[in-house]
Design a protein around this ligand. Structure first.
Ligand code: GTP
Length: 597
């Protein structure tokens, strides 16, 4: 395909505004898929995606379009996910695009995610095609939606706004024509040394790591000896091609193309998102400016429920291959044995990984309380100790001070919910940095500790705003905070896997809530067991888990006195043995910590 006839674009939209339906319609109208296939919503086929109704992985599809001018075009559509945990994927796929379709549902108008995604696209310098969807619906309010889009940005005031129904296909032809007319063809030189941007990758059991690339300069052919520049990793291109939406092998990919490269590499560390692929014989002098690698913000321990460590290890290794943001390393807990310390983008990411282990590998894991990374400065030292695991948190007497990571949180909310949203952000230790009006929406910028935002903040925000507010975060620096480690003792023995770190001011409230939950989730024994939450050597909350003990006096009503005495004696012997007994803790116990807010 001539470079001038290639277009690389994404669709950005609020959730449910019709992105997948439009992507299907584009594939159908360009005959990439048959009408029958289009009904199946091809782009959302992963089981987990369907369960969550969100797109976990970006997928790129090449379509061939014969325009009204009679010329043939290559349209590379790059799918973007819509959830906050995956905003790095939005940035990543947008970096491989030259333009974006801004899709707005006419029945709902501009929503928070429309604004947030529009901002990311603008920061990436993408050309925007505004499109109003669902015009077939009786509830469509086209004049209002048009006015809202124009208010988004001065550049959109004079733009032509297309009106379509992705469902019926009406107006979609105009979108196809606009892509060609408005979005620029890729720049770059075919004869220059190869520079290909790796914007995603996938692991395939047979083929190894498959990199998703956009060719910025040069050409790549099958059997080429290539080089990943970040770590000087050499590879031989055994296969390359494009997605339609399945893999279609080709002899070469050239400047402007988007496609896949079978690297033959098996080591998950070898391929990094943002890396530059070049040729060994004629290498590029400089790598492309990589974007920020996805950074794990939340850590938690994963332990096998049935003790099968090697199955869990194999499954986790495979999952990490398909998920650049998921990290893991082995760890040990006294209470749970061998397991893994895993890093996630946020709580939703953690839940998705847990579900994938369950659904795809049939594995149940015990998950410990999540935490962030702490910088602990010990007395008499100037370099911090980096702690990602509460088990490793040093003794309070040795600590001088502790710092925790902060983020800049941009919340976009309908103005009528402003007070509720501000209250929520303040409850989560947010400091307001900026406030901006945009149509009927307000964009609030806060500085907040990641620990406050990573757990349940997003769900609470969704809940108070009925799904209308959005959140976008970017990392700030570490700041000193008053933090304490909370240890949990069951029957006077510390359970290391239950320890967590919290702000001192929240410790009394959290520990009260925790011990109350533990009272009903710790498996009962024949004797009463105290559950204590301990901060800096002092128990600050306690409950007793009631015993399973049959009341000999009552239960044995008809029994002889000596039998009752024998029963009581047995029970008291059990009690003495108790200290030696290990308690097997079910996931509900760990959920008690996971679900604290
Ligand atoms: P996420 O992947 O969750 O972000 O959703 P999405 O933006 O991909 O939306 P999707 O394409 O799944 O569409 C959401 C709902 O809107 C579905 O029930 C579609 O059938 C419906 N829908 C999409 N386009 C149209 C349209 O043009 N008209 C009408 N009436 N409904 C539409």
């Amino acid at each position: 395909m001539k470079q001038a006839n290639i277009r690389n674009f994404s669709i950005i939209a609020h959730i449910d505004h019709g992105k997948s339906t439009l992507a299907d319609q584009i594939m159908a109208q360009t005959h990439t898929i048959t009408p029958r296939e289009s009904k199946a919503q091809l782009l959302d086929d992963m089981a987990v995606e369907q369960a969550h109704g969100i797109t976990v992985k970006s997928r790129t599809v090449r379509n061939y379009y014969t325009a009204d001018d009679g010329q043939h075009y290559e349209y590379n559509f790059i799918d973007t996910p819509g959830h906050v945990d995956f905003s790095y994927e939005v940035a990543k796929s947008l970096a491989a695009s030259d333009g974006a379709i801004l899709l707005v549902d006419a029945t709902q108008g501009v929503q928070a995610q429309t604004v947030a995604n529009f901002r990311i696209a603008k920061q990436n310098g993408l050309v925007i095609i505004p499109v109003i969807n669902k015009i077939d619906s009786a509830a469509a309010d086209i004049p209002r939606t048009t006015a809202q889009i124009k208010q988004l940005d001065p550049a959109l005031e004079k733009a032509t706004i297309l009106k379509i129904s992705a469902k019926t296909g009406e107006g979609v032809h105009d979108v196809l024509e606009a892509i060609k007319a408005v979005i620029p063809a890729p720049d770059g030189h075919k004869t220059a040394p190869l520079k290909a941007l790796v914007f995603d990758y996938q692991y395939n059991a047979y083929k190894g790591i498959i990199a998703y690339v956009r060719i910025i300069d040069g050409q790549l052919k099958r059997d080429d000896a290539a080089l990943l520049m970040a770590k000087n990793t050499k590879l031989s291109v055994s296969e390359l091609g494009h997605f339609a939406p399945n893999m279609v092998p080709e002899a070469s990919l050239t400047v402007g193309d988007v496609g896949y490269v079978v690297t033959g590499l098996k080591d998950p560390q070898a391929v990094r998102v943002g890396d530059t692929l070049t040729l060994i014989n004629q290498p590029a002098k400089l790598a492309l400016a990589g974007y920020q690698p996805a950074k794990a913000m939340v850590f938690a321990g994963f332990y096998p429920k049935d003790g099968n460590y090697s199955d869990l290890k194999a499954a986790i290794e495979k999952l990490a291959l398909n998920d650049a943001a998921f990290q893991f390393k082995p760890e040990n807990s006294e209470a749970l044995g061998a397991g893994f310390r895993c890093g996630f983008l946020g709580m939703l990411h953690l839940q998705i990984i847990r579900e994938r282990l369950q659904k795809e590998y049939d594995l149940d894991v015990l998950t410990t309380a999540p935490n962030v990374t702490y910088q602990v400065y010990l007395k008499g030292t100037s370099e911090p100790m980096i702690v990602t695991n509460p088990i490793k948190y040093p003794d309070f007497a040795t600590i001088d001070h502790v710092a925790e990571p902060f983020v800049k949180a941009e919340i976009t909310t309908p103005s009528e919910l402003l007070n509720d949203v501000m209250k929520l952000a303040e409850q989560h230790k947010g400091t307001l940095l900026d406030m901006n009006n945009q149509a009927d929406l307000v964009v609030l910028t806060y500085k907040m500790p990641i620990s406050e935002i990573a757990y349940d903040f997003f769900n609470q925000l969704k809940s108070i705003s009925h799904g209308y507010a959005t959140l976008d975060t970017s990392p700030l620096d570490y700041e000193v905070a008053d933090l304490v480690k909370i240890e949990v003792d069951i029957n006077y023995a510390p359970v290391d896997a239950l320890a967590f770190v919290a702000h001192r001011q929240d410790a009394p409230r959290l520990t009260q809530a925790l011990v109350k939950k533990l009272k009903y989730t710790v498996p009962r024994k024949l004797y009463a067991m105290p559950v204590q939450a301990i901060v800096e050597g002092k128990a600050i909350a306690r409950v007793d888990v009631p015993p399973l003990r049959k009341n000999a006096a009552v239960a044995g009503g008809k029994k002889s006195v000596s039998k009752k005495q024998a029963l009581l004696r047995r029970q008291s012997m059990n009690k003495r043995q108790a200290a030696k007994n290990t308690i097997v803790l079910p996931q509900e116990v760990f959920n008690a910590v996971l679900e604290l807010d």
